[in-house]
Design a protein around this ligand. Structure first.
Ligand code: PMP
Length: 428
């Protein structure tokens, strides 16, 4: 792929992240597998988060897309759009948000951007609370609420952002606390921060499980405890479900549901998997919040009938085949298997996750120091063995990320775990 890589480097930005020393050109896929331009076949343990929620080349989605494309591709929210209305109805009903309205975008970034527009308008404030180590997108505004320094180039965003502790325990004083102590400490920190803030704060935005940040999950009650404080101040809660939505976490359809008493968020954003590769993002909010904009707005490509057809077919498949249940069952087996493999490996600090969203954090043996080199090497070895995985993490990319399409079978989970075991052993 050298020639194509050279062309990539010559014409695309230097900051466009690319996996592998010798990057892969993926040419086709089927089920949980993809093939590269050289004919190599890979089991895909990362594509589920990248976009392929259910399965690669799912015939139901392909058929819906080609049928819709054969009728009309033309996209504009200026006309009634049946597939858009139908998908909005389904998502509104699934969201758990009362009197929900849905707005479609073309990416997660744009969804969060819209959520910020709604929250700041509704609250007449440009102050936002975001979590440390978070990732919310790459636009001017979403970079301004992204706490993960590796993914937030310096920007002159006009938002006033305050970063809250809680999304990840890290290695500092919070690391040693019990769940209840951790929650109490984070709530005290939030109260303290709000006490020092002049004027109102518009919203707190949070990923229920941090995705790019390394699949880190706060204790279940955290957002319920935060919500009580937020409600006292009239501050909205935005749940960024771009990675955690659609049943990926197994036990719940949305990540926020792990924090049951927190109730549904005021605003929920989604993207990535719902289109199974077609670009769909969106925002769900209470009507009162959604309708707070005081002038007309449109979206040319948000809600395009072709992407909406993909979303409808994909969602129907997900629900009819209970892929949330599959994520719970197969993900549960996979995490246990990986815990067994990693128990004896000094390079592994923790195997964590929920459903089919599993992280393996690597450290330098005998220390608590992030091991970037090992993570990069395991990625390469896994690829050589026929397995694609991802990486992520807070201050450094030392967490292996596993997020296959939700239709993963037990046999594929076993196969992937065996390849990963060989890769881990070869570098450690
Ligand atoms: N929010 C979260 C939690 C994400 O993980 C991402 C993408 N990694 C985004 C927002 C941005 O989505 P997109 O890349 O579609 O703009």
């Amino acid at each position: 792929m050298k020639d194509l890589y050279d062309r990539h480097r010559a014409v695309l930005p230097d900051w466009l992240a690319l996996y592998y020393d010798d990057p892969i050109e993926i040419t086709h896929g089927e089920g949980r597998h993809v093939w590269d331009a050289e004919g190599n076949k890979y089991l895909d343990f990362f594509g589920g988060i990248l976009t392929t929620m259910t399965a690669h080349a799912l015939p139901e989605v392909t058929k819906a897309v080609s049928e819709q494309a054969g009728r009309i591709i033309h996209s504009s929210t200026l006309y009634l759009n049946r597939p858009m209305i139908e998908l909005a109805e389904r998502i509104a009903a699934l969201s758990g948000i009362p009197d929900a309205r849905v707005f479609f975008t073309t990416s997660g970034t744009e969804a969060n951007d819209t959520a910020l527009l709604l929250a700041t308008t509704y609250r007449r404030s440009n102050q936002i609370l975001a979590m440390r180590n978070s990732y919310h997108g790459r636009s001017f505004s979403s970079i301004g609420i992204t706490g993960n320094r590796g993914w937030s180039p310096t920007s002159l965003s006009p938002l006033g952002t305050l970063y809250v502790q809680g999304g990840v325990r890290g290695r500092g004083p919070f690391a040693q606390l019990s769940d209840d102590e951790f929650i109490a400490a984070c709530v005290a920190d939030l109260e303290d921060m709000l006490g020092q803030t002049r004027g109102g704060v518009a919203a707190l935005i949070a990923e229920p499980i941090q995705g790019v940040g390394g699949f880190t999950s706060p204790p279940d009650g955290l957002y319920a405890a935060f919500r009580q404080v937020l409600q006292r101040h009239g501050i909205l809660w935005i749940a960024d479900e771009v990675q955690t939505g659609w049943g990926r976490t197994g036990d719940h359809f949305w990540g926020w549901q792990a924090h049951g008493q927190a109730g549904p968020p005021d605003i929920l954003t989604f993207a990535k998997g719902i289109g199974n590769g077609m670009s769909i993002g969106g925002v769900v909010a209470r009507a009162e919040v959604m309708n707070s904009l005081d002038a007309n707005s449109i979206s040319t490509f948000g809600g395009s009938p072709v992407t909406m057809a993909a979303g409808l077919a994909n969602l129907a498949y997900l629900l009819e085949h209970d892929l949330q249940g599959n994520a719970r069952r197969v993900g549960g087996l996979l995490i246990e298997r990986l815990r067994g493999i990693c128990a004896q490996l000094p390079v592994v600090r923790e195997v964590r996750g929920r459903g089919l969203m599993i992280g393996i954090e690597l450290v330098k043996p005998g220390t608590d120091e992030a091991n970037l080199e090992a993570a990069a090497a395991v990625l390469e070895e896994a690829r050589a063995g026929g397995l694609l995985i991802g990486k992520g993490g807070g201050h450094s990319t030392s967490v292996l990320r596993i997020a296959p399409p939700l239709s993963l079978t037990v046999a594929e989970a076993e196969e992937g775990a065996a390849i990963l075991e060989r890769a881990l052993r070869s570098v450690c």
